[in-house]
Design a protein around this ligand. Structure first.
Ligand SMILES: Cc1cc2nc3c(=O)[nH]c(=O)nc-3n(C[C@H](O)[C@H](O)[C@H](O)COP(=O)(O)OP(=O)(O)OC[C@H]3O[C@@H](n4cnc5c(N)ncnc54)[C@H](O)[C@@H]3O)c2cc1C
Length: 231
């Protein structure tokens, strides 16, 4: 984006931009996943009935989307889980956040995924989608039948995820390379098709792999809801 466009966007955004406060930051080991608690005083989060994303200002005229993983209507707070293993303005911004910081955001919008009531839900994605699937779990409520798998690059993250989300029904699998969802395909062949014809499959994450898995699932005749996050 050239400087003139950036300046025009900065001026145009002024009436719309809102501020929020970072309450706490929890860092996974190694530090490529961060959980950030945020207070959004101007946002009535109790109205959220589908997965949402917040467009944060991560640099001058630069915005990136992140998903509230869980939220509390009374305190107007939410938690966001950010993946920071790559180099980009969003990742750099997430890595320097501290409790007490003021952050700016342009708006909150629906990512248009909702749990289908009464059906088993299967979640498939990567580190960027942990928050998205936690949001679907919150919307589905207690007693929902959830399983699936997420690919993660770091062995320690896979272990921690397994302990932290024990009982959630989601497995953590090895991510071959930063863009490789091959293990999810294997997981689907082993677990899903024979046993889960009635389930709804939710895909999110790296857009080309989400597209590839969606095609594969459609061929099997199961219901699929897909959302690419990055490419
Ligand atoms: C609706 C929506 C919700 C989202 N929610 C979340 C969320 O809750 N948590 C979260 O972590 N992300 C989330 N994302 C993804 C996040 O917005 C992108 O990963 C974004 O590209 C990161 O911006 P960046 O400036 O760090 O990198 P960019 O400038 O966009 O990209 C720089 C380089 O890094 C690569 N890249 C980008 N993201 C990744 C990644 N995760 N792993 C490896 N390489 C990458 C790009 O291909 C590019 O080569 C969401 C995206 C969408 C559309």
């Amino acid at each position: 984006m050239n400087k003139l466009t950036q300046k025009a966007l900065s001026l145009a955004e002024i009436p719309f931009i809102r501020s929020a406060t970072v309450l706490a930051v929890r860092v996974w080991e190694p530090d490529t996943v961060r959980e950030v608690d945020i207070h959004l005083p101007d946002c009535d989060v109790s109205k959220w009935t589908s997965t949402q994303h917040i467009k944060f200002k991560v640099d001058s005229g630069v915005y990136r989307d992140y998903t509230p993983a869980g939220w509390d209507g009374e305190t107007r707070t939410c938690t966001i889980i950010m993946h920071t293993a790559h180099d980009g303005p969003g990742s750099r911004w997430a890595k320097q956040l501290h409790a007490g910081d003021t952050v700016m955001y342009l708006g909150v919008a629906s990512s248009h995924q909702q749990p289908v009531k009464g059906k088993p839900l299967v979640f498939l994605g990567d580190e960027t989608t942990i928050g998205h699937f936690l949001a679907l779990q919150q919307l589905a409520g207690a007693g929902a039948s959830i399983n699936g798998a997420l690919v993660m690059a770091e062995p320690h993250h896979r272990d921690e995820f397994g302990q932290y989300f024990l009982g959630w029904g989601l497995q953590s699998l090895r991510k071959g390379a930063s863009r490789n969802y091959g293990e999810l395909e294997g997981w689907l062949e082993d677990h899903a098709f024979s046993e889960q014809q009635d389930a709804v499959f939710y895909l999110a994450g790296y857009s080309p792999e989400v597209g590839r898995l969606r095609k594969l699932l459609r061929k099997k005749g199961v219901q699929v809801v897909a959302r690419g996050f990055w490419d």
